[in-house]
Design a protein around this ligand. Sequence first.
Ligand SMILES: Nc1ncnc2c1ncn2[C@@H]1O[C@H](COP(=O)(O)OP(=O)(O)OP(=O)(O)O)[C@@H](O)[C@H]1O
Ligand SMILES: [Mg+2]
Length: 308
Amino acid sequence: MVAPVISARGLRKTFGEFVAVDGIDFEVPPGESFGLLGPNGAGKSTTMRMVGAVSQRTAGELRVLGLDPDTHGPEIRSQLGVVPQDDNLDTELKVRDNLIVYGRYFGISRALCAQRADELLGFAQLEEKAKARVDDLSGGMKRRLTIARALINEPRILMLDEPTTGLDPQARHVLWDRLFRLKERGTTLVLTTHYMDEAEQLCDRLVVVDHGRIMAEGSPSALIRQYSTREVCELRFGSERNADAAARLEGLADRVETLPDRVLLYTDDGEGLLERVARLGLHPTTSLVRRSSLEDVFLRLTGRSLVE
Ligand SMILES: Nc1ncnc2c1ncn2[C@@H]1O[C@H](COP(=O)(O)OP(=O)(O)OP(=O)(O)O)[C@@H](O)[C@H]1O
Ligand SMILES: [Mg+2]
């Protein structure tokens, strides 16, 4: 068994009385793409900052590349690439200079920084923006620049806190493609997200976190198998009628969830279930059958939606 690049045991972080991370255990083997999936306030960024050796843990064990962040912060930071939740690019500097100046912090020679900056501008598809001001980049371009910057020291682990939040679908797909290439090259990725599709696209394995605790762990497909059915029927009866309809549907499916705007029926045979709904004389205004997703896993585990 290969040594994990990150291991946490009973990892905990409190701010005064408030418990942000409540004793979590996880391990990340080298080359894995590992995700923390959870809603706002779950403790994802707090966990990332402890792993990134910029925030001290309150209790528990933590090793990053075999080292303790409490005593080996600089050694750990020099081998990590960090993409924080909010872009913190230097707006005083042009795009290419952001990469070079950041590389210089790691003691990398100017010549090597310049060479890597050009390669990374290519990787991030920002060659044409090399001399642009950071403020003149689009949101997706800023995100790609932040990722490029995080790679200047050729990190062993790339930590990405909500890499695509706030981006349009096309910009997200461009970023996913770039991250997938890194993964193919063997870089360990640790990312947080509250987009289930992002987790399904990028993560080999993930933990579902809520209120500072790990609710479940596994690959996206294993989690869906364990916590959901193969298919889901989404029925809308109108906001006034959903609850009444759900009461009549109880027992028809493996599980019935009533949300304010729709009723979810969990089943392995969606089309068959729709026929049985019709036979009951219930006529939803819209209905659709889809595969189960991580959103359903989250709903099952917490009774809430991932994105409010
Ligand atoms: N420096 C701090 N002082 C006090 N409370 C904090 C601090 N940092 C985080 N918290 C609290 O800890 C909890 C977890 O915050 P964290 O930023 O880790 O959540 P998150 O999962 O990253 O959420 P989001 O999806 O909104 O980014 C929140 O309730 C937050 O208010
Ligand atoms: Mg966060």
